[in-house]
Design a protein. Structure first.
Length: 727
């Protein structure tokens, strides 16, 4: 019997997974429906438990206990399970139609099984040429099916081995994509390679695999991997270098080995060139050492070269720009225009409403009149779009400006092939991390001017480094600081409150405080009191789903409203908000096979993927999977991108995102969750950055005490870098 009770209320069952009802990426907890073998036409059985990597269409064997949920009825609480290839015609159809095999959707699954019956899988594995006997399948599709089948064999091996460690199928697919047929050998024999090569798979998982495989606690490979993990953790905090003594101490505690072992590992990593040691006791990874050096060398190269601009009478040009604008400029705005034209490298920094747009528009007008086409770029697509609208000149993301050659897996433009430009403007320069800055500065030709525009009071880049601040603090290049707020119309309340935050004033006349039932939706800026986490979550859902769309014409509750939260974890953290909001705004949508996402979900790309031309921070909307379920379509700025299964782990739901991830973007409406449980992240520059993301309206929901804590905390964590001294 395939569904049988055994003593102690336990049950063994075998069947086909029909539907993934719920799956938690963090815990791997899953609720699914399984149709028992031999009972294909009966009702499916609900199974629950830690079911890492479970897929629709799989045939599985489970052991567990019967239980009854008061609302959802009988289910099996699974204690252990295993997967196997299906043997029944019904199971084979479900397996092939699930999208696990590229080139086969539901239609072809049924057609293939109709032709070959229970021999289907044997035919695909051993005699795939016979697939041509199925109407509609040509040589190209048959080759695709066979290739995918072979990849699935490797994938099944990796999934089965890593299932114990909570590694999902999408991550396993990424491992197979990286290592091919060698995947299972590397997973078993070289597990520490995984945390080096596979984005999103950390040291702790690799370490657990290694220890369970019998690797010594003090092995050279383990200690070196642990040291590098600690260096990368420092980079995730924003540092580009770390104190050697601190590194040895932290890694010793992590690995539970003597400090001398870690000291030896650091020395070995320095000797082989993976780490670089400073005389003052700091170390950094070679890739960041090289990037910081390139930033300094290229900025000095540009600044020290003669200008490629045609002759310009600066004062006359400024006067012409004022006449064209139709108003007189403030002294600091005039200074910004002149400084950018006179100096090869220049920085302009200021907050919202301080006149950056006026300067940029005037510079573009002057240059265009001189037959010079300015090159404008920003780190994100939204920032580039906003920049183009402000300046009246086309703008690109930095990645698209540099170009990407898929064949060589490198940028087209660099020091050996600079971009064609005489005047380059980089907006939202506070977002530039060390590696991106090194790349783009290297691609600027020596005769060009380079203007960095940004708000130094915002949070620094998500990646390691603090480039804009380091360039300013080096005092080697002219800096124009814009402090006066000129904009008195749109966003004036947001801009004025942002200035109050920078000046340390917790009470702002520009923000109205009320309960959710008494919000003045005509105002730009509202603080809604909701001190308890559950109250805060409920108020945010009500705002996003009901109140704002009902009152604001033309607002898309999915893409135009963005919720920002300071922390990922907690009952009012990003993860919890995304779970609740996904259900509230998109709960009835179809699930995407092999993923926890639903069609219509709002998602964010979390890694630069040059092959797909999508980048860390890009926000999109999940569409329908392709016909064979091997990829899902995602709309990024009206452009559909087919994201393969192996790359879907880089997509995260984005109804709520971190303040860091919001940098460089503006949203029509911003909702900021702010509670005392977020105290670890309550800093002045975080609150300032969050507030200034709103274009039309901002709603702060939470505890006024948390607001005051953030405003008073001006001690943002100082990032350790070596760039300022190199400049």
């Amino acid at each position: 019997m395939y569904l049988s009770m055994i003593d102690g209320g336990q049950v063994c069952a075998e069947g086909v997974v029909e539907k993934i009802v719920f799956f938690n990426d963090d815990t791997q907890f899953c609720v699914a429906q399984m149709r028992p073998k031999g009972r294909e036409y009966s009702e499916p059985v609900t199974i629950t438990g830690i079911l890492a990597g479970l897929q629709c269409g799989e045939t599985i064997s489970v052991k567990g206990k019967w239980a009854r949920h008061p609302s959802y009825g009988a289910r099996i609480n699974v204690e252990s399970f295993s997967t196997k290839l299906p043997s029944s015609v019904y199971g084979i159809v479900k397996f092939l139609g699930s999208g696990l095999i590229a080139g086969i959707g539901k239609k072809y699954a049924q057609a293939i099984v109709d032709r070959f019956g229970e021999d289907t899988l044997k035919i695909i594995d051993e005699n795939s040429g016979r697939l041509l006997e199925v109407e509609g399948i040509g040589k190209k599709r048959a080759r695709l099916i066979k290739k995918s089948w072979d990849e699935q064999r490797a994938l099944r091996d990796v999934v089965m081995f890593l299932r114990t460690y909570g590694v999902g199928v999408s991550m396993c697919a990424k491992i197979v994509k990286r290592y091919g047929d060698d995947a299972i050998r590397i997973v078993r024999m070289e597990p520490y390679a995984l945390c080096r090569d596979i984005s999103g798979l950390g040291f702790k998982t690799a370490d657990a695999i290694a220890i369970n495989s019998g690797v010594s606690n003090e092995s050279k490979a383990r200690v070196q991997a642990g040291v590098l993990h600690c260096v990368k953790e420092a980079e995730e905090r924003g540092d580009t270098c770390v104190l050697r003594a601190e590194l040895e101490h932290i890694s010793s505690e992590l690995l539970q080995v003597e400090k001398a072992k870690c000291s030896q590992a650091v020395a070995e990593l320095v000797e082989c060139g993976e780490l670089v040691a400073f005389r003052d006791g700091r170390v950094q990874r070679a890739v960041l050492n090289r990037a910081e050096r390139e930033i300094a060398e290229n900025l000095h190269r540009i600044a020290g070269s003669s200008s490629g601009l045609p002759p310009i009478k600066f004062e006359s040009a400024l006067s012409w720009a004022k006449d064209r604008a139709g108003f007189d400029f403030a002294p600091e705005q005039s200074e910004g225009v002149l400084s950018a034209l006179k100096n090869k490298v220049c920085v302009i920094t200021g907050g919202p409403g301080t006149g950056k747009t006026t300067i940029l528009k005037s510079l573009c007008d002057i240059l265009s009149a001189k037959k010079v086409k300015p090159v404008l770029a920003a780190p994100t697509g939204r920032a580039a779009q906003r920049m183009a609208e402000s300046a009246g000149v086309g703008a690109k993301t930095i990645h698209r400006l540099l170009g990407y050659d898929a064949s060589s897996k490198s940028f087209l433009h660099g020091e050996d092939n600079p971009i064609d430009a005489k005047f380059v403007v980089i907006d939202e320069a506070s977002m530039l991390d060390t590696k991106l800055a090194a790349t783009v500065f290297g691609a600027v030709p020596s005769e060009a001017h380079l203007l960095l525009v940004g708000d130094v009071n915002q949070l620094p880049s998500v990646g390691p480094g603090n480039v804009l601040k380091d360039v300013i603090s080096s005092a080697r290049f002219p800096v124009v600081r814009l402090n006066k707020i000129f904009r008195q119309g749109a966003r004036s309340d947001i801009a004025l409150c942002a200035r109050d935050i920078l000046e340390g004033r917790a009470k702002s006349d520009n923000m109205r405080v009320s309960k959710i039932s008494d919000v003045d939706f005509s105002r730009e800026l509202n603080f809604i009191e909701a001190a308890e986490p559950s109250e805060c979550v409920d108020a945010c859902v009500r705002l996003m789903r009901d109140e704002i769309p009902r009152r604001a014409k033309g607002i898309d509750p999915l893409m135009d409203i963005q919720l920002l939260a300071p922390m990922k974890k907690g009952s009012a953290g990003i993860a919890a908000f995304n779970t609740v909001l996904s259900q509230a705004l998109n709960g009835g949508a179809k699930s995407v096979p092999g993923s926890s996402l639903r069609e219509g979900d709002k998602v964010m790309q979390t890694r630069n993927n040059y092959e797909l031309d999508i980048f860390n921070g890009d926000i999109g909307k999940v569409g329908r999977p392709c016909a064979d379920n091997s990829a899902v379509g995602v709309e990024f700025d009206s452009r559909r991108v087919e994201v393969p299964r192996a790359d879907m782990t880089d997509l995260q739901t984005a109804y709520a995102i971190s303040v860091h991830k919001s940098q460089g973007s503006e949203f029509e409406v911003v909702i900021i969750a702010l509670l005392k449980q977020h105290f670890l992240m309550l800093q002045r520059n975080l609150l300032y950055t969050a507030l200034t993301r709103g274009r039309r309206k901002v709603f702060v929901v939470g505890d006024m005490a948390a607001w005051e804590m953030a405003v008073k905390n001006s001690k943002s964590l100082r990032r350790r870098t070596a760039l300022a001294e190199r400049l």
